[in-house]
Write a protein that binds this ligand. Sequence first.
Ligand code: ADE
Ligand code: ZN
Length: 339
Amino acid sequence: MTDLATFVAGLPKAELHLHIEGSLEPEQMFALAARNRIAIPFRSVEELRGAYSFSRLQDFLDIYYQGADVLRTEEDFHDLAAAYFDRAAADHVRHAEIFFDPQTHTDRGIPFQVVVDGLLAGMAGARAKHGLTSKLILCFLRHLDEDAAFATLAAAEPWLDRIAGVGLDSSELGHPPAKFARVFARAGEMGLRRVAHAGEEGPPAYVHEALNLLHIDRLDHGNRSLEDAALTTRLARSGMTLTVCPLSNLKLCVVDDIDAHPIARMLRLGLRATVNSDDPAYFGGYVNDNYRALIPGGMLDAGDFATLARNSFLGSFLDDEDVARHLAALDAYVDASLS
Ligand code: ADE
Ligand code: ZN
């Protein structure tokens, strides 16, 4: 039998919570700044990395939006996505559903087309190079208003056959899901899947709103759902997937101690939890780093890690046939590793 770290690293898996702008590594940020002749307020990669110390979500968001300013051309967005997919493939990610934040770019004059065509080219390249499939999820920035979200949805219309769904991200506190009920209803009518960040910093009431008013297909983070027993039961009974991000939770002080991360409790409560990297360039690691970070706590065994990987395919927006194919490969890997 292989050791647990090797077993976990080799598990075929899907990644369901990844902000592509959050995969911009400091080295790539400097390279793009040089290519685009942009000055950045840090002298070195080390100094930039040293600034990645956060005590809440907003501390991170301020630096994350600033970092995205080096992304200017279709080639930049392609290169960003290509670098992420190379790392994901090395972590045995077979399928990724990636978030992008168009308003971060359109608000500084970068056309929607530049962003989306660059990302789509990166996605096509990953399929050809690694056999890694992917889907795109357009996130609305919740600190902006409803009109801006509607304008972004309108801008996306020519690409609707290549965008799987909409999401909701950015500053959670003070921006409840209810603010976006109408734009999510419209997205649903347009045939898009719906996901939302809720219960990362926000209270369980925000998770209720995401379910009742946004009609989400998947819950991003959802940690604070555990404070509400009836909500936890509802999520478990409905088979709702939670895209949990352990290292993000640690870096943003959503949890104080990685060894006491609630993901084991989530599994015991029957929640369909998954492991994801959120913003890997800022939070200290890609998806396998997130799986590995859960080993020392000793709360999860090989079977639990296999369940987490299984949940990642079950919670994806792949069709049933593709899910079944990935699960069969996962079962074969588990059987071969544990015998
Ligand atoms: N945007 C990028 N990462 C995010 C996170 N963890 N929460 C909210 N918005 C985000
Ligand atoms: Zn996120």
